[in-house]
Write a new protein. Structure first.
Length: 199
């Protein structure tokens, strides 16, 4: 279960996935709907899907609990939305991706590469004075790496936001995304706000 509530504001987060027609203006219509209904988009990831002419969107939206629980129903009313599902309370796999460009002088490059090894991230570019890492995982993992790199001088951070899908059924005939007794290590704890999957 990935529902999280901000105690200070009383806001709740929901994770929504949808298939939408790949047409100009669709994202603007969806954003307009969210604005009118009082939903805040905490993160949004969109890209082509496995079905020609359709894109898949993953939203993390937040707002008052009595409002955000109806996000999927509101989206389903848009003509351009083909399928929509609130997967917040399902058993899901979810990740974020970030590219982090950090200043890397000869004096500190070895230490930065050691951090990359510890966090199991890919170094995808090395320049004369910079180094760029690709990190995939939970939000807490990415945030931790960013904080540790700050003292070297972060030049740029690009993040995708959450992408998610239902976990496959472990038993034939079982519905995808169902919670089971024999769940993976990732789900032996209750995720907290901002958590986004394992390392």
């Amino acid at each position: 279960m990935t529902t999280s509530t901000n105690g200070a504001s009383g806001f709740q987060q929901r994770t929504i996935i949808s298939l939408v027609q790949d047409r100009p203006g669709v994202l603007a219509r969806i954003s307009g709907l969210f604005r009118r209904r009082g939903f805040n988009i905490a993160s949004l990831a969109v890209g082509r899907s496995e079905r020609p002419g359709l894109s898949r969107m993953t939203f993390v939206v937040e707002g008052p609990p009595h409002v955000v629980r109806h996000v999927a129903a509101q989206l389903d009313r848009l003509v351009e939305v083909v399928e929509v599902q609130d997967i917040t309370d399902k058993n899901i796999v979810w990740r974020e991706l970030a590219l982090i460009k950090v200043a890397a002088t000869s004096e500190h490059r070895g230490e930065i590469l050691e951090l990359a090894s510890i966090f199991r991230v890919n170094v995808i570019d090395i320049g004369a004075k910079t180094l760029t890492m690709e990190v995939t995982g939970g939000r807490n993992k990415i945030n931790s790496l960013i904080e540790l790199l700050r003292r070297f001088g972060i030049k740029e951070v690009i993040r995708t936001g959450r992408v998610a899908t239902l976990r496959g059924a472990l038993i034939e005939g079982q519905e995808e995304g169902a919670h089971t007794i024999a769940e993976s290590v990732e789900h032996f704890y209750t995720p907290t706000a901002g958590d986004s999957g394992s390392v």
